[in-house]
Design a protein around this ligand. Structure first.
Ligand code: PFF
Length: 456
């Protein structure tokens, strides 16, 4: 039996949609979106419009392109790039793109796991003690106490890495798919409850005004590139995750329709979370520009105030953990699938063996908040360096290369064969991928790096 035909495939199309939404929806939507939007106060509207435009015009076409490569190449991101490059008579150098993806994903995982650890910490605190805070000052002090304690950060980061590696070690269907099938429906439910609570107890009009206030003249440097970077981050693009998941998709699944689902649901959940979190933030008279700790400094106040708040908080953090977990799994999978396929290593061994160095880098991230806070590159601590390197640069640049590869190098025969869309829709998608995506990404870079002097 050939290697290709012995690979696992998802149980059905819905399972694939679910796991990909599982990868997309995560800390990005809940923690990162609200924190970047809050930090770009004054130009939040611009950030959100750029984000939505990038999801539609850049993210969606690229999502399809990545799945196409994964499915056609039938292998981990490196192998998928090599196989498709060979089939289309292109240079094997294109495999570099697969390498950037699998290492980039591990880099993201190192800090992603640390932030997820914060959520596990809060969950645990609510479960055993039931945090009771009455003033914004108290939530701030509680958050800062956690960040100043390296042992505590490392402990919960470790717990989260174990959770992630544990699922990936179990395999594609019996690990990744089952975990998503259990966690994702619960996640949708609690998000709806949170939004309803935001509308009842918070200040939804103020939240919407804050989010959609388009003051072009107030645009801060970095906002436009952040909007684009966030579209990449929130759709898990350019890091091999989608390509790896795409390699387990069967030939019957319609890539176009499936991706539309993923992009629409992903963006909608992001906006819903933002609306819920900001309406609670404003409803309780807090400021949204507190930085990465935003949800940990605002939501506990809302929880203390609501009837059954402790139970609600337990559910909320549990579901943030679920959302983060289904995403972190997809960050570990690309490298693990490369190890197993390239060297025939047992999956469990590969998963734990990869988790170890990522965990170590995560320990350094934990220390960058306290003991090593003075070590800065361009004024940024390690946590920010890793995050911004991946989101602002690696993801969009790798997206640019994928658009060029599928749009210009792979050949129309292969592309048409994989993307079964009606001719008109196909032509629209293909042209957007060939022209709009590369030009769009380049323009955003030129705008931020050259015109706005972002480094300055
Ligand atoms: N999309 C995830 C989130 O929004 O939290 C993060 C992510 C997962 C980024 C997988 C990149 C990736 F490859």
């Amino acid at each position: 039996m050939s290697k290709a035909s012995s690979r696992s495939t998802w149980s059905n199309r819905w399972a694939f949609i679910l796991v990909t939404i599982g990868s997309a929806v995560g800390l990005g939507n809940i923690w990162k979106f609200s924190y970047i939007a809050g930090a770009s106060e004054g130009s939040v509207g611009v950030f959100i419009v750029v984000y939505m435009a990038c999801v539609a015009l850049i993210g969606l076409p690229l999502l399809m392109a990545e799945i196409l490569i994964g499915r056609r190449g039938r292998g981990n991101p490196v192998a998928a790039m090599l196989n498709t490059a060979k089939e289309s008579n292109n240079s094997s150098w294109w495999a570099l793109l697969g390498w950037v993806g699998i290492f980039g994903a591990l880099m993201i995982l190192s800090f992603y796991s640390v932030v997820s650890g914060w959520m596990v910490d809060y969950f645990w605190q609510y479960l055993v003690k039931g945090v009771q805070v009455n003033t914004p000052e108290e939530t701030r002090v509680a958050y800062e106490a956690m960040m100043a304690d390296p042992r505590r950060l490392v402990f919960w980061h470790t717990v989260f890495m174990v959770l992630t590696a544990g699922v990936v070690a179990r395999g594609v269907v019996s690990g990744i798919e089952i975990a998503n099938k259990i966690m994702m429906p619960l996640l949708f439910l609690i998000l709806i409850l949170l939004t309803l609570w935001g509308a009842v107890a918070g200040d939804m009009p103020a939240a919407l005004r804050f989010m959609f206030n388009l003051k072009i003249e107030a645009v801060k440097p970095g906002v436009v590139i952040d909007g684009m970077g966030h579209a990449f981050f929130s759709l898990s693009l350019g890091m091999g995750a989608i390509m790896a998941y795409g390699s387990y998709v069967d030939k019957q699944t319609n890539i176009g329709h499936t991706c539309l689902w993923i992009a629409v649901v992903g963006a909608l959940i992001g906006l819903l979370c933002g609306a819920a979190i900001f309406s609670l933030t404003f409803g309780y008279g807090l400021t949204p520009s507190t930085g990465p700790g935003l949800i940990l400094q605002t939501l506990p106040l809302a929880f203390s105030d609501m009837p059954g708040g402790r139970v609600f908080a337990i559910f909320f953090f549990l579901l943030v953990i679920f959302a983060a977990w289904t995403s972190s799994i997809s960050l570990l999978e690309p490298f693990v699938s490369w190890l197993t396929e390239r060297f025939g290593i047992r999956r469990a061994f590969a998963a734990w063996g990869t988790a170890l160095p990522v965990w170590l880098l995560g320990v350094a991230v934990c220390l960058s908040f306290n003991e090593w806070a003075e070590f800065k590159v361009l004024g940024r601590i390690l946590f920010e360096v890793l995050d911004q390197l991946a989101t602002r640069f690696m993801m969009p640049l790798s997206g640019l290369a994928i658009a060029i590869y599928v749009g210009w190098r792979l050949g129309k025969v292969i592309v048409v064969d994989e993307i079964q869309l009606k001719q008109r829709t196909f032509t629209l998608w293909f042209n957007v991928l060939r022209f709009v995506v590369p030009v769009g990404i380049t323009l955003v870079f030129l705008y931020e790096l050259v015109l706005r002097d972002w480094f300055g």
